[in-house]
Design a protein around this ligand. Sequence first.
Ligand SMILES: NC(=O)c1ccc[n+]([C@@H]2O[C@H](COP(=O)([O-])OP(=O)(O)OC[C@H]3O[C@@H](n4cnc5c(N)ncnc54)[C@H](OP(=O)(O)O)[C@@H]3O)[C@@H](O)[C@H]2O)c1
Length: 288
Amino acid sequence: MKILIIGSDGILGWELVNRLPRLSEAERQPLTVIAAAHSHIEITNASNTSEVIVRNMPDIIINCAAYTNVDACETNIDKAYSVNADGAKNIAQAGKNINAKVIHISTDYVFDGEKNTPYTETDPTRPLSVYGKSKLAGEIAVQEINGNYAIVRTSRLYGPRRSNFVTKILNIGIEKRSVSAVIDQFGSPTYAADLAHAIWYVFSSDLRGIYHIANDGICSWYEWAKKIFELTNNQITLHPIKAKDFKRAATVPQNSALNCAKFVQASRHKMRPWQEALEEYLKNSVIN
Ligand SMILES: NC(=O)c1ccc[n+]([C@@H]2O[C@H](COP(=O)([O-])OP(=O)(O)OC[C@H]3O[C@@H](n4cnc5c(N)ncnc54)[C@H](OP(=O)(O)O)[C@@H]3O)[C@@H](O)[C@H]2O)c1
């Protein structure tokens, strides 16, 4: 089986490129993994996208490419839609033309955060930000164009590739010895390595439709930061602040925790608690 990873230089794409071959060996299921970084493919360009996909003829395409700077999307609206919506559409169309399955990665920010419990796949979407709206438009395009799809919504991704909340809060904390973090927005931090492993189950079990996949458990940004400092033995003064006092360009959901029961039931693979995943990441990472 041939898998094309688009966005292979990003947090998730990089993990998939590195982990899928090892999983394939361990599971004795031969797999050819092809990495397509931004320098190899421009997903906003339909003919370039089609040309790269036809040249490689994958059985499965995993789209990890996105414009992920949530605040910057508020001012770069055209770019957000061009990458997150048109890019997803171009990939879905090119995939359909060669009968490839498309696994499209999406976000918890498609929800408005007003629900008090974790969101299921059937809950109504109502994104608050340009990023969330453009990602939802991408989901809709994938669903309309290519019947052979899986959409994986995840949340608060981090991994060794690129800066992320963990690296940012550690760097600020270590430099300033004092940092503020929001106490009233909740989600599930997700280790990209664990998500890459879960995506293995998505295609090996031929799951179709929308699936929520995140590490188990829910926390605020404040609780996440507290755990990061605890696990790295950093004595940093952490100030709790409310979201309304933390100025940022995008409005993000108050609760964007994902209910992953559908995935657990379909794959029989339960994601581990976010604290355990974070501990492993910090142990393996150069930040420590
Ligand atoms: N990060 C999170 O907290 C988070 C949370 C929930 C869901 N997600 C979703 O998870 C997926 C993976 O996110 P991630 O954090 O791994 O993203 P990331 O680290 O920002 O990587 C995205 C990749 O997409 C590439 N890319 C951007 N524009 C492109 C274009 N026009 N054509 C081709 N490639 C392009 C980027 O390349 P360049 O950088 O070279 O442009 C980068 O390698 C995305 O769908 C994202 O929406 C992320």
